[in-house]
Design a protein around this ligand. Structure first.
Ligand code: A2P
Length: 276
């Protein structure tokens, strides 16, 4: 399989397998600079959200990069409060304004807020039909939430973006997404901020064998599993390192060893019992 090409979503739109995430990168110059570096280093996919409070800086980074809007795949997400308050169109338009664009490549429901995510999904389908977003999907959805959407009988989400890394491999959910033709996206691919995942002995042993870093091993494991991944970093050297994962291949045995590291350990909230 050629991993340098994108993955085709269920509506034919192509998404780059590797992106740059900006969750927890402080708003202002820090986000703008990181986005500029990522684009300079060849990333063509940026993942943000209205709650990250840095959409405007992503927009600035895109502008100063000099790249055409069309050459960059842009994801953002609608926040829980806006769903609860039915502040949908206003929230979407504010995202467009901050990002300085007139369309979004992939628009996601950020969390499966009870009592709100079904009507939000119906509204998102209208945005899609109006051509304001090229594809729509969800984030933090478990099988039960996806089944509720399915009952509506409308569009199938193009992606489900979930916390996923070697300590939380999400195998049953990945299998379900695969069966439904929903692309799996990993957030916190390196275990999340402050995690000690990259110090893991097995990952370090495998890294040594391929002359790569543990971060590169984990990201390559995602790619080989057909998972879309967007590591974040505020260090240029690491942004570059995280990009250099297309020139080696993990063996089946090493892929399995990484899968075996699963301990169902989350760094973020559990979508079955979040309280925000
Ligand atoms: P930093 O910004 O200081 O580089 P994620 O949330 O994507 O799983 O990432 C968790 C943390 O891993 C980030 O806060 C980032 O911190 C750090 N990180 C990103 N790339 C690398 C890398 N190649 N090696 C080590 N740490 C990294």
């Amino acid at each position: 399989m050629d991993l340098t090409t994108g993955i085709e979503l269920n509506n034919g739109v192509e998404i780059p397998r590797l992106g740059f995430g900006v969750y927890q990168i402080p708003a202002g110059k820090e986000t703008q600079k990181a986005v500029e570096w990522a684009l300079e280093l060849g990333y063509r996919h940026i993942d943000t959200a209205s709650i990250y409070n840095n959409e405007a800086d992503v927009g600035k980074g895109l502008l100063t990069s000099g790249l055409s809007r069309k050459s960059v795949f842009l994801t953002t997400k609608i926040w829980n409060e806006d769903m609860r308050n039915k502040n949908l169109i206003d929230s979407f338009e504010r995202s467009l304004e901050r990002l300085k664009t007139d369309y979004i490549d992939l628009y996601l429901i950020h969390w499966p807020v009870d009592g709100s995510y079904l009507y939000t999904w119906e509204w998102m389908q209208k945005l899609y039909e109006d051509g304001k977003v090229r594809s729509i999907g969800v984030s933090n959805f478990h099988i039960q939430h996806l089944k509720q959407l399915e009952k509506l009988g409308g569009m199938v989400p193009a992606v489900d973006q979930i916390e996923l890394h070697p300590w939380l491999t999400q195998k049953p959910l990945r299998k379900y997404l695969n069966e439904k033709g929903i692309v799996c996206e990993s957030y916190s691919p390196l275990g999340g901020k402050g995690s000690k995942l990259l110090e893991n002995d097995t990952l370090n042993e495998i890294a040594h064998k391929y002359n790569k870093t543990p971060a590169q091993i984990v990201l390559r494991w995602d790619l080989q599993n057909g998972i879309v991944v967007f590591p974040k970093s505020t260090h240029k050297e690491r942004i570059k390192q995280n990009r250099d994962i297309f020139d080696f291949e993990l063996t089946f045995e090493d892929m399995e060893r990484i899968e075996q590291l699963n301990i169902n350990k989350r760094s973020g909230a559990n979508p079955d019992k979040f309280n925000f």
